[in-house]
Write a protein that binds this ligand. Structure first.
Ligand SMILES: [Zn+2]
Ligand SMILES: [Zn+2]
Length: 510
């Protein structure tokens, strides 16, 4: 993990230790629900000065409205307020509304296991229809964090200024507006953005295929220079050049425990849930420093190239999952920016042969130049025949689908070798499906997987790798100033060129 390097540690590792010491999410959720005043007094009395009351809203935010790892709403439908837990049968839990942590460990109410079978869901007991599944958001759509942030800005800029920022309002509508900024709070950083790249997923948000908070500043592929540091931040100083792993993870769920913060059960991401990099300045939340998600950029690496660390990290995640090693045959479906990164890093990893399938001539040309062994136009050539010809008839060991077109998943399974791995790297339109010959997977022992974003360690490797991949800068084909940011979306919608960058000249003073 990135935290191995002490230089990258945020100031809050000590406080993070306290956070990690807190009970798991399910118990936190119970404890942060409203309780009788008498119970609150007991808790406070038991741990004077613990600060629990002050932390409670944040803990509740971290779990509120999130899906559980199984895809269900994080709050079970049989949820009852702690004061009602004594309603159940005698063995359902302690009669004390909120027993001290650990006292009722293993009881249904504190461990998160299903309720006694004689308890019907609350909506059934009240004769109502089931509550809606999925994210619950208040009218207006803002999360607690964003509402608090906006309230701070309304009260006054607190030593900040006004900057230009791109705002996502709703699918199909982004604009550039003036936004107030503020001095960083304790544990935070403020960045002057040097460059932020537009991602295919930003375009999916624009198309309404992926969720982002209305009013948020998009941009999760960003690099910048530290402009101001909050109280208690000792590891960073004004002028430091950094990139961000944009994931705020809880640090407690089982995915975080495995180092897979990109799959965190209550993950929030810059550019979707919190303000990102399409603005002159950005506040780096305290949690990102605590997680070690602020990474220094080597002096030799221009920040506009460092801004591509996120897609490079995502590609490393995909290639790791595909098990690409020297001599692995690799097929890449789609030579957009992400397909080309698979080619570049796959080649650097020793994959051979590499076959790229791409219908756009301009992109096929780049794939050839970047070292693909065979480049196929799928509209006029037989991809499967080409792959089999290159692999002694076996098919590809690894197949990456880097375009969100459902029928490519079918094609990927056809060109994969027995015991090959097919990774659905791209996101697909909601509800996309394919007919699947299950026995083709079963008898060929093909592994079909997906990957999204990357781990902290893969971000660290991405920053290190970028200096060795000078061709990456060729991916940036369109550059815009902040006032032209909406045009950056337009260029991606038209699929002209490869990557669009919103840049802020003069910020990267290396
Ligand atoms: Zn991205
Ligand atoms: Zn987590």
């Amino acid at each position: 993990m990135g935290g191995k390097d002490g230089r990258h540690r945020g100031p809050g590792l000590r406080s993070r230790g306290r956070r990690l010491g807190r009970p798991p999410v399910a118990e936190t959720r119970w404890r942060t629900r409203p309780r009788p005043a008498s119970a609150r007094a007991r808790t406070t009395g038991a741990r004077p000065g613990s600060g629990r009351t002050a932390r409670a809203p944040r803990a509740r935010y971290a779990t509120r409205g999130r899906r559980s790892p199984t895809g269900r709403p994080s709050r079970p439908s049989w949820y009852a307020t702690p004061s009602r837990r004594s309603i159940g049968p005698p063995d359902a839990g302690s009669s004390t509304p909120t027993p001290p942590h650990g006292a009722s460990r293993g009881s249904p109410s504190s461990s998160g296991s299903p309720p006694p079978t004689n308890r019907r869901p609350r909506h059934e007991r009240r004769g109502r229809s089931p509550p809606p599944r999925g994210r619950r958001r208040r009218p207006g759509g803002a999360t607690r964090h964003v509402r608090q942030e906006r309230a701070i800005l309304r009260r006054g800029a607190r030593g900040g200024s006004r900057v230009r920022a791109t705002i996502f309002h709703r699918p199909g509508q982004v604009s550039v507006e003036e936004r107030a900024t503020r001095q960083p709070a304790p544990g935070e950083l403020r960045l002057r953005i040097a460059a932020a790249a537009l991602c295919a997923s930003d375009v999916r948000v624009y198309r309404g295929e992926k969720y982002a908070l209305p009013g948020v500043v998009p941009g999760h592929e960003l690099a910048g220079v530290v402009d101001a540091v909050g109280e208690g931040v000792d590891d960073y100083a004004a002028g430091d050049r950094v990139v961000i792993c944009p994931i705020i993870a809880c640090g407690r769920c089982r995915f975080c425990a495995r180092g897979r913060r990109n799959r965190c059960a209550s993950r929030r991401t810059l550019g979707y849930d919190l303000d990102g990099g399409f603005a002159e300045q950005m506040t780096v939340p305290r949690e990102l420093l605590e997680l070690g998600h602020v990474l220094r950029v080597p002096p030799s690496l221009p920040l506009e190239v460092a801004a591509i660390a996120e897609p490079v990290a995502c590609t490393l995640n995909s290639l790791d999952l595909l098990g690409v090693r020297p001599g692995s045959s690799l097929a890449i479906l789609g030579a957009g920016p992400m397909g080309l990164l698979h080619l570049l890093i796959g080649r650097a990893s020793g994959a051979a042969p590499i076959v790229v399938s791409e219908p756009v001539a301009e992109r096929r040309e780049i794939a050839r130049r970047w070292g693909a062994d065979i480049v196929v136009d799928p509209e006029s050539e037989d991809l499967e025949a080409s792959v089999r010809a290159q692999t002694d008839g076996y098919g590809a060991d690894a197949v990456a689908v880097s375009v969100g077109v459902a029928r490519l998943a079918t094609q990927a399974l056809q060109i994969a070798s027995r015991q090959g791995v097919v990774n659905l790297f791209a996101g697909f339109p909601p509800g996309a499906t394919i007919p699947l010959d299950l026995n083709a997977l079963h008898y060929a022992e093909i592994v079909l997987s997906g990957s999204q974003n990357a781990t902290t360690e893969q971000y660290r490797r991405a920053v290190a790798l970028l200096s060795a991949l000078p061709q990456v800068s060729e991916l940036i084909t369109h550059r815009y100033g902040i006032e032209q940011a909406p045009e950056a979306y337009a260029s991606r919608l038209q699929l002209s060129g490869l990557k669009s960058l919103v840049e802020f000249p003069g910020v990267d003073g290396r």
